[in-house]
Design a binder for this molecule. Structure first.
Ligand code: HEC
Ligand code: HEC
Ligand code: HEC
Ligand code: HEC
Ligand code: HEC
Ligand code: HEC
Length: 448
């Protein structure tokens, strides 16, 4: 018996040595392939997790990310600041006319020396009899541009660099709003998602290439065993056979399917979250009225113009008469102010474009939030006093309302109406009374 076993073993080794060797190699290769498969699966799991969490984040109100830093380096960044502080009340960096012409493409229209001279002393250039300057001046109803005598080459070049970068289609806000400086929050998130997806696809690609290599190795080894049959095949045929092998491979097939699924889910998520959500909406208004100037620099109280905001459901948009309190004397010659006169003379109200707009099925009351709740405008609207053009900063979705009602405490300060309620609340619960504890999640409070 003993010798038989021994013989058996020897027999095997003697006669099938190459097969054993071969299957050992194949075994190791299979090990590798399995490792790669596992690695691949974990990447897939990661990809799915990332996709889902991105979807979740996208669903959240992203006002907090609204201040995402605008990209741009060195000169252009400095130029943006200079532009915002000195030029933006009259110029857009795009082709759009504000008070003066849009500055996009200015370097093609005029040479650098002219631009610098003009910025330093526009009236001087006009007085010198410069034909272009005079035509422009007349075209803009002889509106005088402020002189920036102190601007040297560094400042002017920085501004031009900014205008160039902001005017380029890739950098301009996708909503087409002239305020490229306040790009909607979504784009930041969107770019981030794309970077992750591309990175994942690249990794998947690399793994595929590695798999291909191993498969080829496997083929070669089995080919050597099978004899010289392979050698007679042309390169093209070999390639074809290789590709067939790859296509038949389970991992490769599932990789392709997963790549499709990932892309499709992203597209679907993007599409669904976008329905009816107008975050970042900043339409062009019929008059270039600037909150940055009136509410920011001049610090006019919001309620001076939005008279209903502490008293009623609607804030209301001011009538032209409110503007006339000041503009019957200020800047009468400006073409933008002339539009206010025209509205009053022809008795046609100014047709401001509505920015925020809840569907009819929802009820929202300003006084409840600003007066009773003690909230500030910027809790919901962002920093309007910094906006040249009003932009919708919050999503205005139901989730947004509910989320805040879950988190925010009822403002009981100086409010006799709430004193008893709050006592009752603290008797049964340790935490502060939130809006949700006061019916803030009841459907009927928000829906007619
Ligand atoms: C008070 C409004 C106002 C401000 C502020 C202002 N501009 Fe102007 N700008 C104008 C007007 C209006 C014109 C058109 C010519 C005219 O009527 O004087 C103009 C024309 C120009 C032109 C020529 C445009 C063209 O298409 O040829 C350039 C360049 C220019 N401005 C640059 C600037 C820069 C840079 C700043 C900021 C440092 C600035 N402006 C600030 C009102 C302004
Ligand atoms: C409390 C006073 C006040 C009220 C009210 C007011 N403005 Fe102004 N507005 C100003 C001042 C001051 C300026 C800056 C003028 C300057 O640049 O020298 C200005 C500038 C403007 C400009 C830029 C004009 C230009 O050519 O530079 C526009 C447009 C404008 N206001 C529109 C309006 C509209 C529309 C309303 C009503 C909704 C309004 N303003 C209400 C004081 C006021
Ligand atoms: C001088 C008058 C004036 C002042 C002061 C003012 N606004 Fe406005 N506001 C307007 C006018 C005019 C519009 C309509 C045109 C526009 O959208 O720019 C408007 C529009 C708005 C809108 C968008 C309305 C819509 O269509 O959805 C919001 C939000 C807003 N203002 C908030 C504020 C806040 C917050 C402040 C104080 C920081 C403020 N406003 C101060 C005149 C004013
Ligand atoms: C709790 C969130 C919240 C706060 C705080 C808030 N708003 Fe609003 N605001 C909204 C919503 C939501 C709308 C859209 C209402 C609609 O379409 O019926 C809106 C609309 C507006 C409008 C458009 C006209 C209108 O009345 O529908 C103006 C103007 C405005 N808000 C100004 C203000 C000002 C000024 C303040 C601060 C004094 C303020 N809001 C505070 C949520 C808020
Ligand atoms: C930034 C936070 C915030 C957001 C966003 C917000 N709310 Fe509120 N809401 C409050 C607070 C705080 C109160 C409690 C006011 C009080 O009674 O003291 C309140 C109260 C209410 C009430 C009265 C509830 C009651 O118990 O009587 C209604 C209705 C309401 N909100 C509707 C809405 C709707 C609709 C939206 C979205 C369009 C919204 N709110 C968005 C903070 C918010
Ligand atoms: C705090 C206020 C608030 C409460 C509480 C609330 N909703 Fe809403 N709901 C809204 C707002 C605002 C919208 C509109 C959102 C939009 O346009 O995206 C909305 C939209 C909806 C829609 C979608 C309609 C459409 O056009 O797609 C349905 C359905 C709905 N609510 C049902 C409910 C039900 C059921 C409840 C109670 C469990 C409820 N809501 C509680 C504020 C509220």
């Amino acid at each position: 018996m003993d010798s038989y076993k021994k013989n058996d073993k020897t027999y095997l080794i003697e006669n099938n040595s190459s097969v054993v060797l071969q299957s050992e190699k194949v075994g190791i290769l299979h090990l590798y392939i399995n490792m790669i498969r596992k690695f691949y699966k974990s990447i897939l799991a990661l990809a799915v997790a990332v996709n889902i969490s991105i979807g979740y984040v996208a669903a959240q109100d992203s006002t907090s990310t609204a201040a995402a830093a605008p990209a741009g380096g060195g000169d252009a960044a400095k130029g943006e600041e200079l532009f915002k502080n000195n030029c933006a009340q009259c110029h857009a960096a795009t082709a759009e006319v504000v008070v003066g012409p849009g500055l996009a493409g200015i370097e093609e229209r005029r040479d650098y020396a002219w631009i610098k001279k003009w910025i330093n002393n526009p009236m001087g250039v006009i007085a010198s009899g410069d034909k272009y300057a005079n035509e422009l001046y007349n075209k803009y109803n002889k509106t005088q541009m402020t002189a920036f005598g102190a601007f040297g080459d560094a400042e002017v070049k920085a501004i031009l660099a900014y205008v160039k970068s902001a005017g380029a289609p890739a950098v301009a806000a996708p909503t087409g709003g002239p305020s490229t400086t306040t790009a909607p929050a979504e784009t930041g998130g969107g770019k981030f998602i794309n970077v992750i997806l591309v990175a994942l696809l690249v990794i998947m690609g690399l793994v595929l290439v590695a798999l291909l290599g191993i498969l080829q190795l496997l083929n070669k080894l089995s080919g050597a065993d099978a004899g010289s049959a392979d050698a007679s095949l042309s390169f093209g045929e070999k390639l074809q056979a290789g590709l067939k092998n790859v296509a038949a491979n389970k991992t490769v097939r599932s990789a392709i399917v997963w790549a499709f699924i990932l892309l499709a889910t992203k597209a679907t998520f993007d599409g669904m979250y976008g329905i009816g959500v107008h975050q970042g909406y900043a339409p062009k208004q019929p008059i270039a009225f600037s909150h940055k100037l009136h509410a920011g620099e001049m610090k006019i109280n919001c309620a001076y113009c939005h008279t209903g905001v502490y008293k009623g459901k609607q804030s209301g948009i001011p009538s032209a008469n409110i503007c006339m309190n000041c503009h019957n004397a200020i800047k009468r010659e400006s073409p933008e102010i002339q539009k206010i006169y025209t509205a009053i003379e022809t008795n046609k109200p100014i047709e401001w474009v509505r920015v925020h707009n809840l569907p009819d099925l929802a009820y929202f009351n300003h006084a409840q939030h600003t007066n009773v709740g003690g909230l500030e405008c910027k809790n919901c609207h962002g920093e309007i006093e910094k906006m040249e053009v009003v932009q919708q900063r919050s999503t205005l979705t139901m989730g947004w309302c509910i989320d805040c009602h879950r988190k925010t405490e009822v403002n009981g300060k100086d409010n006799g109406y709430y004193t008893k309620l709050m006592e009752a609340h603290s008797a049964v619960s340790k935490g502060a009374m939130k809006v949700k504890d006061n019916g803030g999640l009841e459907c009927a409070k928000c829906h007619y």
